[in-house]
Every structure is written in C-alpha cells, then in structure tokens.
Design a protein. Structure first.
Length: 303
C-alpha cells in the first residue's frame, strides 16, 4: 500500500472478513456453502437475480452476527441481558421472514425464465412474496391448489405446502411483535446460555428440546429453537432448487468441480446453530416433517 511518500509502497498482510470464492474445499473450516447459493451463483445467476442473491448473502451474515451477539451478551456482566437478548430474537425472526421473500423473488425470476423457454407450459407468473404464493389468508394452500393455480410442477408445489407452516410461525410471531405490540416474552439467563419456556411464542407445541436439556421448570435452550428456524429457512431454499432441477436441465457449473464458499466474521456461530439443528432433525425433532431423503444444507444437487 502507499506510504504517503512518492513512489514508495509497503507490503502488508490482509485477509477478507467477508467474501465469496470458488474452491474445491473451504480454505477455513468456518467458510460455508449451501446447495441453493452454489446453484444460483454457478448455474442460474439470471438478469435480475444478482441483487436478490447479494441481499440473501447479507441476511445470512446478519443472522451470524445476531447469534454471535447473543453469546457476547450472555458472557457480559451487564444488567438486563434478557431484554437485550429479546431484541436479537426479534431481529433474527425478521431476517428469516425477509429471507423467505428473497427466496420467493428468486424463484419468481427462475420460473419466468422457464415460462419464456417453454411457451407450451400453461403456467402463470409467480407472486413476488412468499405469503402471497403459499397462503390464502392465514391458511397454507395445498400443493394441489398451487399446481392448478400457477401451473407449477408437482414437486415445486409440494415445496410450498411443506414449508408454509414454518413461514406461518415466523410471520405470525414477527407480525405480533411489529404490528400488534406483543412482547417476545421472558428470556432467562442460564449458566450456559439463554433459556426460554417450552410454551414460548412460535415454538409452542413443537418438538425442539431433548428431555435431558430441559430444566425442572420447563426451560430449554434458546439457541436450539433459533437454530431450527434458521436451518428450516435454508432448508426451504435447498428444497425448491432440488424440485426445480428434477424438471429443468440447467447449464453446467460456471466453475466445474468447485463450490461457492462464503466467509464471514461470525460463520462459526451460524454453522454451530445449523449443525445442532440438523442433529435434532436426525433425532426426529424439528419444525416441519422432513423432505424424504433430504440432503444436508450443504448437499449436492443433480439433474
């Protein structure tokens, strides 16, 4: 870099705090990819998708930062840590809500390219918001109704029906907070992290926690619930890509034998949350019924 004197430079060592790159394997263990993000970047970055894709990446980085802030708040000696944690929970739910809409905008763009390339398909343009597509009022549309209304492939219509329940949980809790003045609820400070009651907000009646981690007063780890919501948001993205690729032959990868990896300052926290959620789903817990033979978040997609 320049030193300030004419024609004088000094060598420095630097590294990116946030960046994306293609590689056969991650340069750091915390660098991550998802099937959905790698597919869009390598095989389907159509005109109009770049901005939405970039916004989706930013939301992932924001989720990572919020998870890291929860750990930072818990380790601090500040008063009112439960209230500070509540603001991060609200933010995480709002970001996941935003990611569903960004997913829908990307799907609408991909679907429009399919319609133009196949005019014989009796298919309609998709709505720009996930709620307008997947819901009728406060109820999820059936896969059959979606296929008939929009001319969707059966597998794609099934994705909407499969992931609408999680979206409804997120949307309801977010809307209660923002539009109806509801409180997040009491968040307790435990020895190893924040705790919430089993009957907490959108997590009521859901199988999230293992018996061994529940306290006698029915409090369970907050991070387990947040990890499942984030995991299911990313899972929805992958699920739609798998469904599309079962019908559409997309171009080969831009960079063969490599994947898109993302680096961020707080990836470690995000990966820990997603992997914990995957373990819970393997145990039969979670927010929705898993897709048959669903791959992990960073699995491969094939035509």
């Amino acid at each position: 870099m320049p030193t300030g004197s004419p024609n004088e430079f000094v060598e420095i060592y630097g590294w990116p705090s946030e960046a994306s790159y293609y590689a056969a394997e991650p340069e750091r263990p915390s660098d991550f990819t998802t099937l959905h993000m790698d597919f869009i970047a390598q095989r389907a970055l159509l005109p109009g998708l770049a901005h939405k894709f970039s916004a989706f990446q930013d939301d992932l980085y924001n989720l990572s930062a919020s998870l890291a802030k929860l750990d930072l708040i818990h380790r601090s000696s500040l008063e009112g840590k439960g209230r500070m944690a509540a603001t991060e929970v609200e933010h995480i739910l709002q970001v996941c809500r935003s990611m569903f809409d960004l997913l829908q905008e990307m799907l609408a763009c991909l679907w429009e390219s399919i319609r133009k390339a196949n005019p014989q398909l009796k298919a309609r343009a998709l709505k720009s918001s996930f709620a307008d597509m997947a819901l009728k009022g406060d109820d999820a549309r059936s896969a059959e109704e979606l296929a008939a209304t929009f001319g969707l492939f059966d597998e794609v219509a099934a994705c909407y029906a499969r992931h609408a329940p999680v979206f409804l949980h997120i949307r309801k809790f977010r809307d209660d907070l923002v539009h109806r003045g509801r409180r997040v609820g009491t968040i307790f400070v435990g020895d190893d992290g924040f705790l919430i009651p089993r009957e907490f907000g959108p997590f009521k009646d859901l199988r999230i926690w293992r018996d061994a981690e529940m306290l006698p007063n029915e409090l369970g780890p907050l991070n387990a619930a947040l990890g499942l919501i984030i995991h299911n948001t990313l899972w929805a993205c992958n699920d739609f890509i798998i469904a599309l690729c079962s019908h559409v032959e997309y171009p080969p990868p831009l960079v063969p034998n490599m994947q898109l990896y993302c680096r961020g300052d707080f990836n470690t926290e995000l990966l820990a949350a997603v992997r914990d959620a995957q373990d819970r789903i393997t145990d039969g817990r979670g927010l929705i019924t898993p897709r048959p033979n669903a791959p992990p978040i960073d699995g491969d997609v094939e035509n």
